[in-house]
Design a protein around this ligand. Sequence first.
Ligand SMILES: Nc1ncnc2c1ncn2[C@@H]1O[C@H](COP(=O)(O)OP(=O)(O)OP(=O)(O)O)[C@@H](O)[C@H]1O
Ligand SMILES: [Mg+2]
Length: 245
Amino acid sequence: MVAIVSTTAYLGLEARGVEVQVQIAPGVPAFNVVGLADKAVAESRERVRAAIAAMGLSLPPKRITVNLSPADLPKEGSHYDLPIALGLLSAMGIVDAELLSEFIVVGELSLDGRIAPSPGVLLAALHASGSDRGLICPASQGPEAAWAGELNIVAAPDLLSLLNHLKGVSQLAPPQAGEAEAPVRSVDLKKVKGQETAKRALEIAAAGGHNLLMVGPPGAGKSLLASCLPGILPPLSSGEALGIM
Ligand SMILES: Nc1ncnc2c1ncn2[C@@H]1O[C@H](COP(=O)(O)OP(=O)(O)OP(=O)(O)O)[C@@H](O)[C@H]1O
Ligand SMILES: [Mg+2]
């Protein structure tokens, strides 16, 4: 039987879907990762083995093959640990394969089974929300992933609590979107003296999201008025904040 878990590969600012296929077949015991994996991905075998052992489970003494598909796409990074581990647990019959198919999985594993952060979670979350799936990610990156909007995020601190969540034994709380950095305070509009018409035009443009053309002699206060604009704009929605990132 082949267990399949979805994850992503990062190409610049784009996340591409990658399928982790795990097969456990009779034969000489081995654990191979194929599919254009770089060094960090190849080393994931040792972390996965140790993290599964830390839960008191051992890998079956069989021939284990992990294929990262599409095989011609280069795979970099340590975030393949968790999808490989879940694929193995699914092939071993410990995790429900159907439930896993509803998620994109990213995360690095520590030897003791903790799920460590790895870069790119927001991209993975956007990819997951675009393909109508949930996301399984490290607990510390849940607030970052939550910025992607309405999607089912399971942010787990370690492998054991993730398994308990997937089996319904104990639920992990969904993460809240993290705080964005406070914007730099711009000049206050009340510093502008007079110019009532210009100020009103500025307010209407800010409220309605209109464009502005400022015309006037040097020193009339065009740059001053423009620098007041951010202070009266409504706060960005999370979608807008991601758009101008
Ligand atoms: N209505 C105003 N109230 C308070 N300060 C003003 C006002 N208009 C202009 N100033 C001040 O005058 C100076 C010049 O204004 P500003 O640089 O905004 O002019 P400008 O229209 O952008 O000029 P330029 O066309 O040369 O770029 C700034 O120090 C600004 O603070
Ligand atoms: Mg100016």
